[in-house]
Design a protein around this ligand. Structure first.
Ligand code: NAI
Length: 349
């Protein structure tokens, strides 16, 4: 059942450098067993290349699992780019990245992630067709995947509130960490459903704007894990839950969009031991990649809706497996994903 990072040993890395364009990054390809490695491009601040590689590898493995659990014909990959220290030409930088994606000839499919936008995808598309999340053609899947991610998380949350707390979201308090593209959309959905909101974000301007619109209370970022709420929804960066923060959790449910919310597998076990139901991020945050897959594979919007709205059902299957095996939900999700990847690899062989 345990993984211990062993299956990251097979990850392939492609170092990306173009000094003139300010490009400095890495593409990590984790698995191609179920299809081309698909996963967004993160544009973030990294002190060292090693940290970029570690983050890319973890995120690429997460994409393998997420795509397998969402039953998509895609493998796992991720790109991580460092934000340059000085001034830079954004379009030039992402076009240079597009040339690197093109060199892989379709083994890697990119899209948005933290720090990147539809405009950046358009710049990448000037150099390669292996990119999704482009400006939307009316009536077709495409555009910013974040609203789809928020919709999937919301559906999972609605299901869990009913299953675990026996009440609708209108009678719940939900705390959201990070009110960016996904967290902001999630806040709007929850507000429309009548839920009480508590918000935390390092960007105080964005936080104030969304709090005003949704009548939400605001807490300091450091208080998020221990906040008094029914549901915690981490929607910022990863590794939110560790040995220290899991001990502070008072909420009954954790269900959010951020990738890799657990610092380690053991933190999922710690949450379960405290009676907290953790909805594995790789199960509930697949809405965006479903939309990306649809755009790339030519599915229509009705298919995206059907698959995104199937999030709660896929989560229920993972939770049933966890119960059956007597393990924490994160371990059940990982083992199911690995099983699907193994079957895919066997069929492809
Ligand atoms: P974003 O960059 O639009 O929003 C992130 C927000 O978190 C920003 O408002 C930022 O100020 C805030 N933030 C950063 N550090 C924080 C901290 N320590 N505490 C509180 N707030 C903090 O990113 P986006 O697209 O909304 O993604 C959020 C998370 O969801 C990421 O982990 C991403 O990998 C994951 N995700 C996003 C998907 C998408 O469709 N955009 C799909 C699946 C996962």
């Amino acid at each position: 059942m345990k993984n211990d990072g062993q299956d990251e040993l097979d990850t392939e890395y492609f170092v990306l450098r173009d000094e003139e364009a300010g490009l400095d990054g890495v593409i990590a390809l984790h698995s191609a067993a179920l299809g081309p490695g698909a996963g967004g491009c993160r544009f973030w601040h990294y002190p060292t290349r090693e940290e970029m590689m570690v983050d890319a590898a973890r995120l690429a493995r997460g994409m393998t699992y997420k795509n397998a659990l969402a039953e998509l014909p895609l493998g796992g990959g991720k790109a991580v780019l460092r934000v340059p220290e000085g001034p830079f030409d954004r379009e030039k930088l992402f076009a240079a990245f597009g040339r690197e994606v093109e060199k892989l000839g379709g083994r890697y499919l990119t899209a948005e992630d933290v720090g990147t936008s539809v405009g950046d995808m358009q710049a990448i598309a000037s150099e390669t067709r292996h990119v999704a999340g482009l400006a939307q053609v009316p009536g077709r899947p495409g555009g910013d995947p974040s609203p789809w991610t928020a919709r999937g998380v919301y559906g999972a949350m609605e299901y869990l509130a009913q299953q675990q707390l026996d009440r609708p979201l209108a009678d719940c308090t939900v705390a959201i960490q990070g009110v960016g593209n996904v967290g902001g959309a999630l806040a709007r959905l929850l507000h429309a459903a009548g839920a009480q909101l508590v918000l935390a974000d390092t960007n105080s301007e964005r936080l104030a704007k969304i709090a005003t619109k949704t009548g939400a209370a605001v807490v300091a970022v450091s208080e998020f894990c221990g906040v008094r709420a029914d549901i915690l929804a981490p929607c910022a960066l990863g590794a939110v839950f560790n040995a220290v923060t899991t001990a502070k959790v008072r909420a009954a449910i954790v269900c959010g969009a951020a990738n890799n919310q657990l610092a380690s597998e053991a933190d999922g076990v710690r949450l379960a031991e405290r009676g907290v139901l953790y909805a594995p991020d790789c199960v509930v945050n697949a809405g965006g990649i479903i939309n990306v897959a649809a755009e790339h594979l030519g599915w229509d919007t009705a298919e995206v809706v059907r698959r995104v709205d199937g999030t709660a059902e896929r989560l229920a299957r993972v939770l049933a497996r966890a119960d059956q095996l007597g393990v924490a939900p994160n371990l059940a999700a990982d083992s199911l994903a690995r099983e699907r990847v193994r079957v895919g690899a066997t069929l492809a062989a």
